[in-house]
Design a protein around this ligand. Structure first.
Ligand SMILES: [Zn+2]
Length: 291
């Protein structure tokens, strides 16, 4: 038991995601099932999330449909599985601004949001480029970037520059610049508060699946960067290595958000809508939401 409970909550799914988008260089290997999820972290006086999914209206709804993502359910329904409502959320750590991670900010009226400054300014700069550069912003809903700026105006956005320890007690943010996106970051939960082994890394899209860490080869593992990146594959590989060192080499303590195999390693259940709830950790006194 530790300070924080952690759940990975699926909110939508693609049954036909290209393998080549998941693993760099895996061309002509068809499609795979890719859950879309966010993470709930609950501790004393804190209800935090890592990413917020997208809001299933307008641009995001059409874009999701165009890439085969469906079965969306609202944060009200999804967080309700853990007896939390969107209004309860106090902190949101945005790993990056792709539509499926940062599109739902308007659904969390009481939260403070944290994002790497370079992620926000990078996308504003990319949006200002001539039309011919538009492939750079392929995963971005411009409305999400505008909402982030509005959150800044309203005093509800904190831009982080580099690593920041104890954003709330025991939770740290670490950047992976020019990797999946201009200012991606991952979240480290030190669940005993110190530097002991009770550490989890919430990886955002720096990995989609465990195979990004090991190439499916336990005997002779290799880092395989995700297929979708506007930054550098080199930086993605080194981000994998950095995250793995944060958890003492224990791959399973890195939590990918698009991994359909989490249930092999953590207690989980499927709700009535077919969405998976995975319990990564249970804090002191917190009842299980999967058993
Ligand atoms: Zn992404």
């Amino acid at each position: 038991m530790g300070r924080y409970s952690i759940w990975v909550l699926e909110y939508a799914c693609s049954d036909t995601h290209p393998v080549s988008a998941t693993f760099y260089g895996a061309h002509n290997e068809g499609t795979l099932k890719l859950p879309f999820a966010y993470v709930l972290i609950k501790g004393p006086g804190i209800v935090a999330m890592v990413d917020v999914g997208y809001n299933n209206v307008g641009f995001a709804k059409d874009f999701a449909a165009s890439i085969g993502v469906g079965g969306w359910h609202s944060p009200q329904e999804v967080l309700g599985e853990c007896d939390v409502s969107p209004e309860d959320v106090t902190h949101v750590f945005l790993t990056h601004a792709h539509f499926d991670h940062a599109g739902g900010t308007a659904l969390f009226p009481n939260a403070r949001f944290f994002i790497q400054e370079r992620e926000l300014t990078g996308w504003v700069a990319a949006m200002a480029l001539p039309r011919r550069f538009r492939t750079l912003t392929g995963g971005i809903d411009p409305g999400d970037v505008i909402r982030l700026v509005e959150l800044a105006k309203d005093g509800r956005l904190t831009t982080v520059t580099g690593a920041q320890q104890d954003v709330v007690p025991g939770i740290d943010l670490h950047p992976a610049f020019d990797s999946h996106t201009p200012g991606s970051q991952y979240v480290v939960v030190r669940n005993s508060g110190g530097s002991s082994e009770d550490v989890f890394v919430l990886a955002g899209d720096l990995i989609y699946k465990y195979e990004n860490l090991n190439d499916g080869n336990e005997a002779d593992p290799a880092y395989v960067p995700v297929g979708l990146a506007t930054g550098s594959q080199w930086n993605l590989v080194f981000a994998c290595d950095e995250m793995l060192r944060k958890v003492g080499g224990n791959e399973k303590r890195i939590v990918p958000m698009h991994e359909s195999r989490l249930a092999e390693f953590y207690p989980s259940r499927i709700n009535q809508h077919g969405l998976q709830i995975t319990e990564i950790a249970l804090g002191d006194g917190e009842p299980s939401r999967v058993s």
